[in-house]
Design a protein around this ligand. Structure first.
Ligand SMILES: [Zn+2]
Ligand SMILES: [Zn+2]
Length: 500
C-alpha cells in the first residue's frame, strides 16, 4: 500500500500506557491486493494500486493511529429506540473532540483528544426504519406496532427494544418495514456524511455498516468496512442471508466490480460456538475453497468491546489466571447462557486455524485483532474509564442505570437485587501505520498491522519493542532489546508491530 504523512499523533498516546499487545499478522489479503492466505492471487481481485509518494510525517518505523470501527447512530433502530438522535455527522464531530448531546440529557466529549479514523457502522437491517416511524406523516408511524417505541422511560424502552428485536428475528415485523427506499436514503446519508467529514491525512472516515446476523440469537455480527467511497447501492444484510458465507460471496462479487471491503466479526463470545466453528454454517465440512473465501474477506476480528472480550475463556485456558477477564457469558440481549466456548473465542480459533492450514493448506482463521466501542451514542472512542457513559443511550448512561452503584440513591447493596456486572471499558482500535487516510489505511487493516489492548502477552514470543511496537518471531540477535536502532533491523521471519 501507499505510505503516509504527517506526524505521530499525541491523541493516541493517552492509550499507549494501557496497550498490552496483540495478535496475528502477516501478509495482507483483501485490501493489499487480495492475496489469500497461501499467497496465490485471487482471480476476483484487481491489481495492487500504485505506490503513493511519501508525505510529510512519513516514518519508516510507522506511526500509531487510533480510531473506532464500530459506531452506531440514530440510523440504527436500536439506538433510536434508546432515544439516541445523534447523526453520523455528530459521530464524526465527537471523534474530532467536539461535544455532542447524550440521550440522557447531558453533553459528552472525549477527554483524551480526537481520534484519527472512524467508521460509522449502523445496522443494515431495516436501517433507519424506526427514525422513519417517528415522523408523523409516514406509513410506519401509523402502525400499531410502532406506537410505544419512543418512550423515554428505561423500562418502556427495554420493552420496545425487545418487541422490535423479536419481530426482526422471527420475521414478524410489519411489511412496511421492508422498504428499500428507506434503507437507500439512510445509506446515502451514511456515505454523504463520510465524504463531508473525511480529511485525508488528518481525520479519516470510512463508509461501513453492520451485518447483524444472529441465528437463534447466536451472534454472527460483522462490520463491513469499505476502502473507498465506491460502495454497493445497498448494504448486504442478514435479511438476505444469515449465513456469513453468503456475505463473503457478495463481497467477492463487489470486489470484481472494484468495490473493496472487509468484514470484521465481533462478539464471538455471544455466538455459542458458531463464530469460529469447525464446520460451515450449512453443516458441510470446511474445505479449501471455504478457507480461502473466509481468509480473503475477513482478515480481522474485533476481540474486545463494551460487550466483553472474545479472547479466551477459563474453560479453554485453565492455566491462564486472566482468562475470566471481562467475560460475557450469555447471548447478546438474551437470558440464554453460552455453553459452547470452543468456536466462541479467538485464542482457540488461532490454534484451529493452524490445524486448518495443516489439513487444507489454507488458514481461514489467520486474524488480526481490533478493539472497538460499539457505541450506540454516536460517540466513537467513548470508552474512557473516568469519562464513561456506556453505549446504549438513555438506558445505561449513568452509573446508577448500569447498576455500577446501588440504585435509587442507596449507599449499600443491602436489600438490593444483584446487579448486572459493571460494563467493562476498553480502549478503541489502534493501528500501527503511517499517517492514516482511506487508501493508506486499507493496507494497514489488511496487513493485520493492528494492536488491541488487553490481549495477553503469552500469544507472542517478544523480540524487540519501541514505543507501542511489538515484534514477534524467533532467532533474534541476543542484544536486540538493548539496541536503540532495534526497529530498523532487518528481521527475517519477524512480524511487524504486534504480530505472531
Ligand atoms: Zn453487533
Ligand atoms: Zn454494533
Amino acid at each position: 500500500m501507499g505510505e503516509g504523512m504527517m506526524f505521530v499523533r499525541a491523541s493516541g498516546l493517552r492509550y499507549l500506557g494501557a496497550v498490552a499487545l496483540v495478535g496475528a499478522l502477516l501478509t495482507g489479503v483483501a485490501w493489499s491486493g487480495g492475496r489469500p492466505a497461501d499467497g496465490k492471487p485471487s482471480p476476483a481481485v484487481p491489481a495492487k494500486p500504485a505506490r503513493a509518494s511519501h508525505l510529510p510525517g512519513y516514518n519508516l518505523d510507522r506511526n500509531a493511529y487510533f480510531g473506532d470501527l464500530h459506531v452506531h447512530t440514530y440510523l440504527s433502530n436500536d439506538a433510536y429506540i434508546f432515544n439516541v438522535r445523534r447523526t453520523p455527522d455528530d459521530a464524526y464531530r465527537f471523534a474530532r473532540g467536539e461535544a455532542i448531546g447524550h440521550a440522557g440529557g447531558f453533553d459528552i466529549r472525549l477527554a483524551g483528544g480526537p481520534l484519527d479514523f472512524v467508521a460509522v457502522t449502523d445496522h443494515a437491517e431495516f436501517m433507519s426504519a424506526i427514525r422513519e416511524a417517528a415522523k408523523p406523516d409516514t406509513p410506519l408511524h401509523a402502525l400499531p406496532f410502532t406506537q410505544g417505541l419512543f418512550s423515554t422511560d428505561p423500562a418502556q424502552i427495554q420493552k420496545a427494544f425487545t418487541a422490535f428485536a423479536v419481530g426482526r428475528q422471527t420475521g414478524s415485523l410489519p411489511k412496511e418495514f421492508n422498504n428499500p427506499d428507506i434503507v437507500s436514503r439512510a445509506w446515502k446519508e451514511v456515505q454523504e456524511a463520510a465524504a463531508r467529514n473525511n480529511q485525508p491525512g488528518k481525520f479519516t472516515t470510512l463508509v461501513g455498516y453492520e451485518y447483524t446476523s444472529a441465528p437463534g440469537g447466536r451472534n454472527l455480527h460483522r462490520n463491513v468496512i469499505f476502502r473507498s467511497a465506491k460502495v454497493p447501492d445497498l448494504p448486504y444484510s442478514s435479511s438476505e442471508s444469515a449465513d456469513p458465507e453468503n456475505l463473503w460471496r457478495t463481497m467477492d462479487i463487489w470486489r470484481g466490480k472494484g468495490i473493496q471491503a472487509l468484514a470484521i466479526p465481533h462478539n464471538a463470545n455471544g455466538s455459542d460456538g458458531l463464530m469460529f466453528d469447525s464446520v460451515r454454517m450449512n453443516g458441510q465440512s470446511i474445505d479449501r475453497a471455504y478457507a480461502e473465501l473466509r481468509a480473503r474477506n475477513e482478515p480481522l476480528t474485533e476481540i474486545t468491546q463494551i460487550k466483553g472480550t472474545s479472547e479466551t475463556h477459563p474453560t479453554l485456558s485453565p492455566n491462564d489466571e486472566w482468562a475470566n477477564f471481562e467475560i460475557m457469558d450469555s447471548y447478546i440481549g438474551r437470558d440464554i447462557k453460552v455453553t459452547k466456548f470452543a468456536g466462541s473465542y479467538v485464542r482457540r480459533a488461532l490454534e484451529d486455524g493452524l490445524l486448518m492450514r495443516d489439513k487444507l493448506g489454507i488458514n481461514g482463521f489467520k486474524l488480526g485483532f481490533i478493539g472497538s466501542s460499539d457505541t450506540h451514542n454516536a460517540a466513537p472512542g467513548s470508552v474512557e474509564e473516568p469519562n464513561y457513559f456506556s453505549k446504549v443511550g438513555r438506558t445505561d448512561g449513568t452509573a446508577d442505570l448500569r447498576r455500577s452503584i446501588p440504585p435509587y440513591g442507596a449507599r449499600t447493596w443491602d436489600g438490593v437485587p444483584m446487579p448486572d456486572p459493571k460494563a467493562p471499558t476498553v480502549p478503541p482500535s489502534s493501528l500501527g501505520g503511517q499517517r492514516f487516510s482511506r487508501g493508506l489505511g486499507g493496507g494497514k487493516f489488511s496487513r493485520r498491522d493492528l494492536r488491541c489492548p488487553e490481549a495477553p502477552g503469552d500469544l507472542c514470543h517478544l523480540g524487540a519493542t519501541h514505543p507501542g511496537a511489538v515484534f514477534a518471531g524467533y532467532s533474534f540477535p541476543a542484544d536486540l532489546t538493548q539496541r536503540t536502532d532495534a526497529v530498523h533491523q532487518p528481521m527475517p521471519g519477524a512480524c511487524p508491530w504486534a504480530a505472531i
